[in-house]
Design a protein around this ligand. Sequence first.
Ligand SMILES: Nc1ncnc2c1ncn2[C@@H]1O[C@H](COP(=O)(O)OP(=O)(O)OP(=O)(O)O)[C@@H](O)[C@H]1O
Ligand SMILES: [Mg+2]
Length: 503
Amino acid sequence: MKNMKKLIGTVIAARDSPTPSEFKLVITEIENSIPLRKGQFIAVESADVDGMLIATVTNIMKTNRYFESAEAVKEYERSGPLTTIFPADRWEYILAEAKPMGRISPSGRLERVTFPPGPGDRVFLATPEMLLQVLGLDPSGVNLGKLLHHDVPVTLNLTRLFQKHVAILAISGAGKSYLTSVLIEELLMRKPEQGRVAVVILDVHGEYTSLATASDSTKSDFSEKTTVINGPYIQLGVPKLTSYNFASFQSQMSYVQIRELNKIIKKLRGMSGKTGKPYDLNELIGMIEQSEMNPRTKEAMMGWFYDLESTQLFGFEEHPSLKERIRVGEATIFDLREIISLRKKQIIVNYLINSLFNLRKRGEIPPFVFILEEAHQFCPEGPAISKGIIETIAREGRKFYASLVLISQRPVRLSTTVLSQLNSQIYLRITNPYDLKLIGQSSEMVDKASLDTITTLNVGEALIVGNAVSHPIFVKIRNRYSPSPQISMSLEEIAKKYEGKSP
Ligand SMILES: Nc1ncnc2c1ncn2[C@@H]1O[C@H](COP(=O)(O)OP(=O)(O)OP(=O)(O)O)[C@@H](O)[C@H]1O
Ligand SMILES: [Mg+2]
């Protein structure tokens, strides 16, 4: 019976409708008290529109003739509720406004409608089959939850979702990290025959490490497929770095200095090629010291390299070896919670993305999805060490199947260049007017009504727009299978612990 169309109402003739862009209907079939909700999808069978017309409910109104005159209501209610005198409740009816999305053509595609439905046309709830088709969902895609108000799983096609990168934007506490965990689970659960990717997570607060926790049930156990790399273990391999890489760490470097550095690196690489021994920053600094550069240039360069050395991020070789570590169907979590310095974190992100992108271009690692939390810290509108490479991968990544998922609570602080390249957007609750304005401007798919709804979303409810779906949809994010991160302690608990008063 699930596939049967369920009748709910009839199109009515109102003052300015129906038109190809809006129509009204009256609810005729009331089984429960709320038969229809704002945002729900409906279908109209119309003689004038070939195939089924699909629409979204944009507004719902209740009305009742008996209560239209203020004077009459007041007068009658003196002697008790109006409903005890007249059958007034029988005159209550529900009107809905709807906006056509298009029609499902006989070939199953959604096409624009240029002709309105007719008054008297019958209106049904859209069936799961219709929605799968119309919204461009893929039964073997990434299952993020259920379509709000419908019993339809939101399964996003992998290619459509990641081909042009993803933005996950919302205020703090709206459920970005939770949703991202669900997304990671889905990627890890894929079978080789469905097409798998490698997942790399830059975990600024250590929120994803619980994915590596073993569990009794196989459904919730992702520990075999997850590796956590602790921040202090990360080491950047100096022999892999070019003069341009160093210049991206140190933005004051001039073109002449980059050229000088290039010569030195060439020399070091030549020597290391002969001896088979790698080199580190100290050796590079030694070579700069011995070189015949202009003394002022030399002094500045040495200062910068001593400064880089003091970050303790650099060494003879790369830890972990990215080529060996990044594997298909597995997640690698870089847990940076112990690294406080933003500059250090940006250098790590710069190195990781750059190296992964190069490995990917050479086909030495599988297609990957790089998930970046607190993205506004790494590709802000202003300058940042990691910004250039993120912009590059945002522009060119898709050619090489290297995708970004950028998560942020401050969209307005994100680089607009990067933001414009993130073509699938997932918004959870957002309330900041500047952020909302930016979203309205940057995504033509988000209309005024959807923007208003973003401000009222509950925790775990999201709006998905862009490349991943054929039409904007609201989703109730599913529960995660893996254990949630430890719930943080209350202020009272922390305070008691500090004073040694906790049991
Ligand atoms: N879909 C969901 N179902 C159930 N609980 C959820 C859901 N989404 C979020 N939560 C809960 O809401 C709280 C906040 O979620 P989360 O940590 O994902 O927010 P956030 O957007 O990442 O916030 P921040 O910007 O501060 O990192 C968590 O306790 C989480 O368990
Ligand atoms: Mg978070």
